[in-house]
Design a protein around this ligand. Structure first.
Ligand code: HEM
Length: 374
């Protein structure tokens, strides 16, 4: 196989983590379905092929024992396809509709953003990922979960322990003890929330359609879906706007997430032998969709490496995927990012970058630090 895919064969993890875009462009051009040994899977970099994979869950499923998140938190909407997926997801769709997002979350995001900015304002400088984007992302997920007895700091500590455990399992080691303990505490908190019928928690409504363990697994997945990703989306957007002297608006946010999707890849597993773009994928093979690659496909986005906040079709980007696993939190994440940016730029009108900064990461892409002054 390797002989057919020389660019994929030569790819390194360092290249994919640091500045993958030149490599992804070469792959898209010559090997849009490429076997990449360091990923032990196929990497899909063309927009049309990415969409074909994402829209065909019968052939390219998420439901596979190798999916490490499910091994730590149990089956959830993120790891199921077909009727079970619809049942899990259906229990959570209502609170994430645009009107609900506006009514339930927009006010909270604005207040929380302002609180964080006011806390850092007197210093005249900050590291925006740790001081602003990260805490805001956690606060919003904690608010959405509405747990009876867990504040944002507690939710963050559970999340960190569970992520560490998932990473261990991904690397072939056993789940960690602290990950297990955190998941137990999350489970207990979810159960207490559901029993107390807390009206502000979406978990109560979800419990009407799901078993107790299923509610817990999906609560964990909301943490997984909403924390690292939104932190990255906000941080990347601030970086792009400051780099280009652009103002925050909906299209600029969309263009930012096109250029650097906070989740750069998603994994699928082939359920049968299948031809994709002239290449035969074998049943059981890992198929990695490069969202970052598809989002810079020149067949869809003219001059794709350019940040153009007025780009007419920026919203066609795949940052939130397409098909049945379309990001449940997409409307919330978009609204949250826009409110965060508007509040930041309005409150700190002299905001500017304080040193170089660039996104990195294989899956979650964001600058390790984003230093600013005002
Ligand atoms: C409040 C913030 C967010 C929440 C609560 C959230 C929640 C979720 C959930 C529950 C899913 C699983 C849906 C399903 O499998 O049916 C999902 C999928 C996804 N989300 Fe989000 N998300 C958020 C923000 C983001 C952001 C900022 C990004 C990237 C910019 C993102 C990218 C994705 C992607 C790529 C998937 C698809 C995963 C796959 O197909 O394997 N999400 N999200």
């Amino acid at each position: 196989v390797t002989g057919d895919h020389p660019i994929g064969a030569a790819a390194t993890l360092a290249e994919l983590e640091h500045d993958p875009h030149p490599l992804l462009a070469r792959l898209r051009e010559a090997e849009p379905v490429s076997w990449v040994p360091v990923l032990n899977g196929w990497l899909i970099t063309r927009y049309d092929l990415a969409v074909a994979v994402l829209r065909d869950p019968g052939t390219y499923t998420v439901d596979d024992p190798r999916f490490s998140t499910a091994r730590v938190v149990g089956p959830s909407m993120l790891s199921l396809d077909g009727a079970d997926h619809a049942r899990h997801r259906g229990a959570f769709t209502e609170p994430f509709r645009p009107a609900q997002v506006r009514d339930r979350f927009a006010g909270f995001v604005g207040v929380e953003a302002l609180r964080l900015i006011d806390a850092m304002a007197p210093a005249g400088r900050a590291e925006l990922r740790a001081d602003f984007a990260g805490p805001l992302a956690v606060a919003v997920v904690a608010e959405a979960l509405g747990l009876a007895d867990a504040d944002a700091a507690t939710v963050l500590s559970w999340y960190a322990s569970i992520v560490e455990s998932v990473s261990a399992v991904t690397a072939g080691r056993p789940a960690t003890e602290s990950g297990r303990a955190a998941f137990e505490e999350l489970s207990a908190s979810v159960r207490r929330t559901v029993e107390a019928l807390r009206p502000s928690s979406m978990l109560v409504a979800a419990a009407a359609g799901l078993g107790a363990a299923e509610v817990v697994s999906n609560a964990a997945v909301l943490m997984f879906g909403g924390i690292d990703t939104t932190e990255g989306m906000i941080t990347n957007a601030v970086l792009h706007l400051l780099d280009h002297g652009a103002e925050p608006d909906e299209n600029a946010v969309e263009e930012s997430v096109r250029l650097e999707p906070a989740a750069a890849v998603v994994d699928r597993y082939a359920t049968r032998d299948v031809d994709l773009g002239g290449v035969t994928i074998r049943r059981g093979d890992l198929v990695v969709v490069s969202i970052a690659g598809a989002n810079r496909d020149p067949a869809v986005f003219a001059d794709p490496d350019r940040f153009d906040p007025t780009r007419g079709n920026a919203r066609l980007n795949l940052a939130f995927v397409q098909g049945p696993h379309f990001c449940l939190g997409a409307q919330l994440a978009r609204a949250e990012t826009l409110i965060a940016l508007r509040t930041l730029f309005a409150r700190l009108p002299t905001l500017r970058l304080d040193g170089p900064s660039a996104p990195r990461g294989l899956v979650f892409r964001k600058p390790p630090t984003l230093r600013v002054r005002w």
